[in-house]
Design a protein around this ligand. Structure first.
Ligand code: CDP
Length: 225
């Protein structure tokens, strides 16, 4: 079973993906965390984020792993736990600049395909249905109003102890969505076979129920030989 979940920032992809993985007993891969980990390392190494050759070298040389510990997904970059540090506003701001790079995308997509070759998986990101799992059994495109997405992101940040400026958060995700949608390689977009779900007025639980019923309906519809 391969399930792709794409969509803009704050649409609820990771909440959905985590729960679907748990309910179906399959692996969840947060591809955004991989781009974030590389961006964190690039910032920590003080390299020029627009220098293609250096970025590519960095992507090839960096070991990123997603590991489950006590039921929690943790992100390691060269064996250092970066689960929390990759969610800082600074990393969020720079990640689309790193993610636009052709070499970086090549390395990441290859790593992600490699994982999916071996196991059933639900992946969330921007180019999953388009590039990573073009033959996915299900492609979901989650979206929500910008205001609502910014509200959710602000709530998350407050919970983590950040002082937030709502207008700034709104501007940051608007800018990130624009860069992610307008890039040439692996852009965020609705595909002809995407199932689009607007989560603006749905609770996380309602989204999970909706997606699970779509998956089971479809699987039940397959005639048993
Ligand atoms: O959780 P949030 O929606 O803020 O974003 P994320 O899934 O952590 O992804 C962070 C950034 O990584 C995105 O804005 C993209 O720039 C990049 N990304 C990507 O280019 N391709 C993916 N498959 C996943 C993330």
């Amino acid at each position: 079973m391969k399930i792709a979940i794409d969509g803009p920032a704050g649409a609820g992809k990771s909440t959905l993906a985590r729960q679907i993985a748990e309910k179906l007993g399959i692996l969840y891969i947060d591809t955004g965390a991989m781009y974030r980990a590389l961006t964190w390392k690039a910032l920590a190494s003080n390299i020029n984020l627009r220098d293609k050759a250096t970025l590519y070298e960095l992507a090839v040389a960096t070991e990123i792993s997603l590991v489950y510990e006590d039921g929690q997904l943790r992100v390691y970059c060269d064996r250092q736990d970066v689960t929390e540090t990759i969610r800082t506003p600074e990393v969020s701001r720079w990640v689309p600049v790193v993610a636009v790079d052709e070499g970086v995308r090549k390395v990441m997509v290859e790593k992600q395909r490699e994982i999916a070759r071996k196991t059933s998986v639900v992946m969330d990101g921007r180019d999953i249905g388009l590039c990573v799992l073009p033959d996915a059994d299900f492609k979901f495109y989650l979206t929500a109003d910008l205001e609502e997405r910014a509200r959710r992101r602000a709530k998350e940040m407050v919970k983590k102890g950040y002082k937030v400026n709502f207008e700034e958060i709104k501007a940051e995700i608007w800018e990130r969505d624009k860069l992610d949608s307008e890039r040439e390689i692996g852009p965020l977009k609705v595909l002809p076979d995407s199932i689009v779900i607007d989560t603006s007025y749905l609770t996380a639980e309602e989204v999970v129920d909706k997606v699970l019923s779509l998956i089971t309906e479809e699987n039940d519809a397959v005639p048993v030989p």
